[in-house]
Design a protein around this ligand. Sequence first.
Ligand SMILES: O=c1ccn([C@@H]2O[C@H](COP(=O)(O)OP(=O)(O)O[C@H]3OC[C@@H](O)[C@H](O)[C@H]3O)[C@@H](O)[C@H]2O)c(=O)[nH]1
Length: 236
Amino acid sequence: MYNPVKTIKSNTIGTINVLGLAKRVKARVLFASTSEIYGDPEEHPQKETYWGHVNTIGPRACYDESKRVAETLMYAYSKRDHIDVRVARIFNTYGPRMHMYDGRVVSNFIVQTLNGHPLTVYAPGNQTRSFMYVSDLVSGLMKLMNSNYSLPCNLGNPEEHTILEFAQLVQDITGVKGKVSMKKSQQDDPHKRKPDITVAKTQLGWEPKVSLRDGILKTTAYFRKELGLVDNEQEQ
Ligand SMILES: O=c1ccn([C@@H]2O[C@H](COP(=O)(O)OP(=O)(O)O[C@H]3OC[C@@H](O)[C@H](O)[C@H]3O)[C@@H](O)[C@H]2O)c(=O)[nH]1
């Protein structure tokens, strides 16, 4: 995390400010929570009823714990001040307009591939993630906001891949063959992650529609443009 204290302040003080405003204007509040609240999960796939497994003093704690307390704030205000709340637990999401250098695996692998650089895989490489395309997330958030469901709801794509598989997939989809450079493992990196989306399916009638292949193709096209790898003729 670039600035752990600012991360904690935004998630806690920011949430308190929004809830205070919502109380005054009687607004419904949507909180963008995260799969990170499950930490390095011991239950797989993760259901909303799972309480999580987070190291309170590790390098990810500023994010995980402040998102957890923000969820607590949502339900405390809801109970005390009758604020109407919605809590989406968002799993790894990607798509056009994500920041090229935000350090996440999807942007890193695509940009590294397009630049002809080795793909940096953090050891061991068999850790898993489940990637959701941004338009699926948007439709899920809209359905949640328009529903009567006020408990936490997972939004994610249950298609799960190891990071090494994902590196291969990016190369297959982009048609650019690169090398993998194995880097040291990251402390407290969750070993596996996959959402159980039964609640979203039954309560919202929602499930993801965009395949990983189509999503990565669209995201790659975006990054090609951003990197100036598309000439004007191709663009038209
Ligand atoms: O260059 C890289 C980047 C990442 N990785 C690995 O790829 C996996 C995914 O890493 P990312 O940084 O993209 O995403 P993470 O799953 O760690 O966290 C993410 O998930 C939930 C959201 O709420 C967070 O905002 C987001 O950062 C990790 O195992 C990481 O170690 C690499 O192997 N190489």
